[in-house]
Design a protein around this ligand. Structure first.
Ligand SMILES: [Mn+2]
Length: 325
């Protein structure tokens, strides 16, 4: 029996969702002795229908990622607003009778959504996973107490978030998913294969924080920075709020392996300042996300396209600005 688990790659919530699913499959005997688990990370990038060849297990689970109408898809959980980008996908999901496909765009994290659903509908004991669920909810819900804790990353879960976001692909996260199922996070950050990645990453992170601080400008409520020339990959989205706690939104242009990207976020410590649905805005440019945070990706060599989109989005976000100062 081959179990295939596909998860949102380079994402704490994606890896945690995969860990909860795997533990469920083990404990309920879906994955019997001698069974094998194969993991595959999924990246946004285009919103084209997923390749049905991805679902090559006997049981296929897809978590924290957009829907597929493939009949080979066995289990599905997602909490994105943009889960059904292609015609017919949402209707296909609504017509599903398997009882194993779930969507809740109100859920802050897919991890807690999965845990709650499996506990309520399938009697799964989620108690041993409480620490992981708690932190997935904080990280994906952007519920950090303040910008400094989100940027300085003192908690073990936040250090893991840093490593996960920097390590998409088959080498690291599948191994980590194994440990996330059974070890405390404070122990996982000290495992050799984790700490040897974490040390240099954390040092580099502090350097990126300084770089972003030096480039960010706040205008009409929107903090903007462009690090497209530096090939930094994913950048911690809270850095501008450490510098400008009063910013309504952040728009950032970055570039990394496989993509140029516009990231759009709202200030999680001042939700009352947000008047736009960022997923809807990003969808107009072929991207997606949540009402409070979204992104648009372009091919790696199309940085100029990302920059033009960023300028257009900034204008839109600034248009209802009222300077009360
Ligand atoms: Mn998620």
């Amino acid at each position: 029996m081959r179990l295939k688990i596909l998860y949102h790659d380079g994402c704490f919530d994606g890896a945690s969702s995969a860990a909860v699913m795997t533990r469920f499959f083990r404990e309920t005997g879906v994955l019997g002795s001698g069974g094998e688990v194969a993991y595959q990370g999924m990246s946004h990038g285009s919103s084209a229908p997923l390749d049905p060849a991805l679902f090559d297990g006997d049981v296929n689970a897809l978590v924290d990622f957009r829907y597929s109408t493939s009949p080979k898809l066995t289990w599905w959980f997602d909490h994105h607003v943009s889960s059904f980008p292609n015609p017919g996908e949402e209707a296909h999901f609504r017509a599903d009778t398997s009882g194993r496909k779930f969507h809740d765009p109100e859920a802050k994290s897919c991890t807690r959504f999965i845990a709650r659903t499996l506990r309520e509908k399938f009697g799964f004991d989620t108690e041993p996973l409480n620490e992981l669920i708690h932190w997935a909810e904080i990280i994906d819900g952007a519920a950090f107490p303040d910008a400094a804790s989100a940027v300085r990353l003192d908690a073990p879960a936040l250090r893991l978030m840093l490593v996960i976001e920097a390590s998409p692909g088959p080498d690291f996260i599948p191994r980590l998913i194994g440990d996330l199922q059974r070890r405390p996070l404070s122990e996982i950050v000290n495992l050799d294969y984790v700490s040897e990645r974490l040390g240099p990453l954390y040092e580099r992170h502090l350097h990126v924080v300084e770089t972003v601080h030096s480039r960010t400008r706040l205008k009409k409520g929107v903090a903007f920075y462009d690090v497209g020339d530096l090939y930094l990959g994913n950048v911690n989205k809270f850095i501008p709020y450490e510098q400008f706690p009063e910013a309504r939104y952040t728009v950032a242009v970055s570039r990394g392996p496989g993509r140029s990207k516009v990231s759009v976020g709202s200030n999680p410590w001042h939700p009352e300042l947000r008047t736009h649905d960022l997923a809807r805005i990003c969808e107009r440019y072929g991207g997606g996300g949540h009402p409070v945070v979204g992104a648009v990706s372009y091919p790696e060599d199309d940085l100029e396209h990302a920059r033009r989109t960023a300028m257009a989005i900034i204008q839109e976000l600034q248009s209802d600005w009222q300077d009360n100062g």
